[in-house]
Design a protein around this ligand. Structure first.
Ligand SMILES: [Zn+2]
Length: 389
């Protein structure tokens, strides 16, 4: 069998399969790029081709916020198409499928628990909606897995547009399975995307600055999201089995406490898409560490032994127990219920692809006065004409 035969192909229309026990903990979002519409809006040039898209999100706040309100913009443009030309059909063919171009659609996920706080933008990417090819198809967010850097940059641009920020706001981890958590701020924005990172070995980041987008990367390991609504601070951590057994979730909370005065009982937390227990076979040496780390009465929840001498390890439950014992309240904790390895046609999975894969991204940003002002800035200046017929 050739290697390419065993790498799961991207399947755009494959529905996500959610875990039976943990359920559907996230909301699916589908974003369709409308860059050409936006350029036309600005330039009044209806026939311009799509290549200018690449620069779009570098142009500042106006554009960023238009993405957020995409449906409204699209509707408005449809109306314009008819109003100006009175010949919508011809426009459509000339401008081939600009708002029905499924290849541009970005599928991403968010936690309702965090959305409902009204304080953050939170998201997790999928494979869908990028431009990378082969085993990185299509939304690969890693510059270090052999992918074309131009494609990765374009992918960052697309996922940023979908979630409502810009690549220049992103601050990337440098994940090496440590429990190092770093406080970051505006001065670090763009690190790992549009400029070099100045750090090494950072698996978690925290901030209390609005507009700073924390970003960590995955293909089976566990993303941990933290939102402190009282002190208006956030944290995002990468917790594989090593991070989990070394208490990455607890370490992140401790760092938030030290830096911002965070109290765990007030924190909203979420465990992102990652490998489920059924998919995660590990050997005795891994289990030995979990035995030593977790109390005896929890062992049964965390793993079971099989006839072949291997174990199935539940990283979701291990992180859940870790967070609860750190003081997170049960009602403040959401498990995604989405396994990367059960969904390899939509999500990157190291196990399912035998290591031939790209990276997914977890993103978390505090909203603040900046966003409010941006939203105010992009409110429609003129009432939209009623759509005729
Ligand atoms: Zn699974």
């Amino acid at each position: 069998m050739r290697n390419s035969d065993i790498v799961p192909e991207l399947r755009r229309e494959q529905p996500l399969s959610w875990d039976r026990t943990y359920g559907r903990g996230m909301t699916e979002h589908r974003y369709r790029g409308r860059d050409r519409d936006r350029d036309k809006d600005r330039d009044g040039d209806r026939d311009r081709d799509g290549d200018r898209v690449r620069d779009k999100d570098r142009d500042g706040d106006r554009d960023k916020d238009r993405d957020r309100d995409g449906d409204r913009d699209r509707d408005r443009d449809r109306v314009r198409d008819k109003d100006r030309d009175g010949n919508r059909v011809r426009d459509r063919s000339r401008d081939s499928g600009r708002d029905i171009d499924i290849d541009r659609e970005v599928l991403w996920l968010s936690f309702p628990l965090l959305d409902q706080s009204g304080l953050v933008v939170n998201g997790f990417s999928t494979r869908i909606g990028g431009v990378s090819e082969g085993v990185c198809a299509s939304m690969n967010l890693s510059f270090s897995r052999g992918d074309d850097p131009a494609a990765v940059s374009e992918n960052f641009r697309r996922i940023s547009a979908a979630m409502g920020f810009s690549p220049e706001q992103i601050v990337c981890s440098d994940q090496t399975h440590t429990t190092n958590v770093r406080r970051v701020g505006k001065e670090h924005c763009g690190s790992g995307v549009v400029r070099e990172r100045v750090w090494k070995d950072v698996d978690g980041m925290i901030t209390d600055e609005p507009g700073v987008v924390l970003a960590t990367f995955y293909a089976d390991c566990v993303p941990l999201y933290f939102v402190d609504p009282v002190h208006r601070a956030i944290g995002l951590s990468h917790s594989g089995w090593r991070g989990t057994v070394n208490g990455m979730g607890a370490v992140t909370l401790q760092k938030m406490k030290a830096e911002f005065g965070t109290r765990p009982e007030e924190v909203l937390a979420a465990v992102g898409p990652s490998i489920c227990q059924s998919c995660y076979e590990v050997s005795e040496d891994v289990i030995e560490q979990f035995r030593n780390r977790f109390p005896a009465n929890l062992q049964e929840l965390l793993y079971y032994r099989k006839e072949n001498g291997k174990y199935q390890l539940n990283l979701w439950e291990a992180n859940r127990q870790l967070l609860l014992s750190s003081g997170i309240r049960e009602e403040h904790l959401q498990i995604s219920g989405l396994c990367t390895c059960c969904n390899p046609h939509v999500l990157f999975s190291h196990r399912a692809s035998h290591g031939r894969r790209g990276n997914l991204g977890a993103f978390l940003m505090l909203q603040g006065s900046e966003r409010e002002s941006r939203e105010a800035h992009t409110a429609p200046a003129n009432p939209r004409p009623e759509r005729r017929q």
